[in-house]
Design a protein around this ligand. Structure first.
Ligand SMILES: Cc1ncc(COP(=O)(O)O)c(C=O)c1O
Length: 438
């Protein structure tokens, strides 16, 4: 470590001073494993940051990106294009939930969220319904860190330094209800009625004709694996339909097989009007996000603008970046060839069994799971919320397993190539780690 000067890099979402006193440095990766700067092999229990669905350094993706870099490193995406952008969009739309037929590329999940919100408001305006400007998110929702996403998001800690969120935003309550649903396997049985407050409270308060869109993660990942109660998303869909409000699913985590299906939309049988994705889109190899929309949303923009005018004045320098498009085409092909989403579905029962075998251990107050994701929630230490979770995360790291912790919740979301032995090792390590802390 002494060779590396760590002073200049201001690290994102990191306790910088604490980290730099005791860094955790990853230097290479292969398949299910990272290697750290001490030469230790680390089992990846979090698919990087929920993104490496096919495992690390997969050759077809490495080759596709290298080839693209040697052929066309960059092309301006405004009033210009390159063939891989169209190929990536066609591939993505071909595997998207049926009914979402256009793809708009961005550079990240945060950009996808803000793009989706702008599309929703712009769509209503293009149709001559410009009074629909309000956006409804949900408490404990995470839609990235840009101003739109932070505004509709519901993580208090991410908002308090920036008390200048978008106006005209309100929030549904979180569906997290441990009193009724602790230790649920799969979707919790109770809580569909959390959706009713959209109609009964928020739309009454705001007047439905002023609301542009409701945005939710079908399963909230970043705030600790909050699985939607049975019937909840269907109910949100019905209420949005009743009042002409767009429903946006943020599938940045749930897209590409995480829940044991290609998309959460298909898993739950609920089609949103707009869907955002990122992360697994390129297997994490190159930053990229996308917004998928129904044909009529796209067409409303086309119809409202004069021929020759830019219909949606929005986009990024790195929208449809050639390297990202090459990575996306290769990643989507790899998922298909290796049947990875089906694989995730096939492993989910064993994963669930192993996760719930931790029930009854000291400190553990909930275990929840769906597909290849699980949340293990620990009792918070009195007066020190988050400390126990962080210590458990560190103990897992010391034992060679990388997880993600959010407050006192450990999130488990391995690459979809994980073996049953590796699943066993991940949960065994969590058990040991939790037992070793106060
Ligand atoms: C549901 C959801 N939306 C948006 C984002 C933001 O994505 P990014 O970090 O790529 O901007 C995340 C990141 O974890 C996410 O989980």
């Amino acid at each position: 470590m002494s060779a590396i000067d760590m002073d200049a890099f201001w690290m994102p979402f990191t306790a910088n001073r604490q980290f730099k006193r005791a860094p955790r440095m990853l230097v290479s990766a292969d398949g299910m494993y990272y290697r750290d700067d001490q030469g230790r092999q680390i089992l990846d229990g979090s698919a990087g940051l929920w993104c490496v669905a096919a495992g690390h350094n997969r050759q077809p993706i490495v080759d596709a990106v290298a080839r693209q870099l040697a052929t066309l490193d960059y092309a301006p995406p405004f009033q210009m294009a390159h063939p891989k952008a169209f190929e990536a969009a066609s591939r993505l739309v071909a595997m998207a939930p049926k009914g979402l037929s256009k793809a708009f590329f961005v550079g990240s999940g945060s950009e996808a969220a803000d793009t989706a919100l702008k599309m929703a408001i712009g769509y209503h305006r293009a149709r001559g319904d410009g009074g629909r400007v309000k956006l409804i998110g949900r408490e404990r929702g995470y839609h990235g860190v840009n101003f739109g996403g932070v505004s509709v998001g519901g993580i208090a800690g991410n908002r308090k330094l920036f008390p200048v969120a978008l106006p005209c935003v309100d929030h549904l309550r979180s569906t997290h209800d441990l009193a009724r649903n602790a230790f649920s396997r799969g979707q919790p049985a109770r809580g569909a009625e959390f959706a009713d407050e959209l109609e009964q409270r928020l739309l009454t308060l705001h007047d439905p004709s002023t609301v542009a869109a409701v945005i939710v993660e079908p399963m909230a990942g970043s705030t600790g694996v909050l699985i939607p109660p049975q019937g909840y998303l269907q109910r949100l869909r019905e209420i949005c339909d009743k009042y002409g409000i767009l429903l946006i699913f943020d599938e940045v985590i749930t897209g590409f097989g995480r829940l044991g299906a290609d998309w959460a939309a298909n898993k739950f049988g609920v089609l949103p009007d707009i869907l955002t994705c990122a992360k697994g889109l390129t297997n994490g190899a190159v930053p990229m996000g996308a917004v998928l929309v129904k044909q009529e949303i796209h067409d409303a923009f086309m119809a409202a603008a004069a021929d020759g005018a830019i219909e949606f004045p929005h986009g990024y320098t790195y929208s449809a970046h050639p390297l990202a498009c090459a990575a996306a085409v290769a990643a989507l092909e790899l998922y298909r060839e290796e049947h990875l989403f089906e694989r995730a579905a096939g492993l989910s029962a064993a994963f669930e069994e192993r996760a719930h075998a931790l029930r009854g251990r000291r400190h553990i107050k909930d275990i929840r799971n769906l597909g290849l994701v699980a949340g293990v929630e620990l009792e918070s230490r009195p007066g020190a919320p988050g400390k126990r979770g962080y210590e458990a995360f560190l103990k897992c790291w010391e034992r060679g397993v990388l997880l993600r912790c959010t407050g006192d919740i450990l999130a488990v979301s391995p690459p979809l190539i994980v073996s049953e032995d590796e699943i066993e090792r991940i949960f065994h390590t969590i058990g040991e780690a939790v037992a070793s802390i106060e």
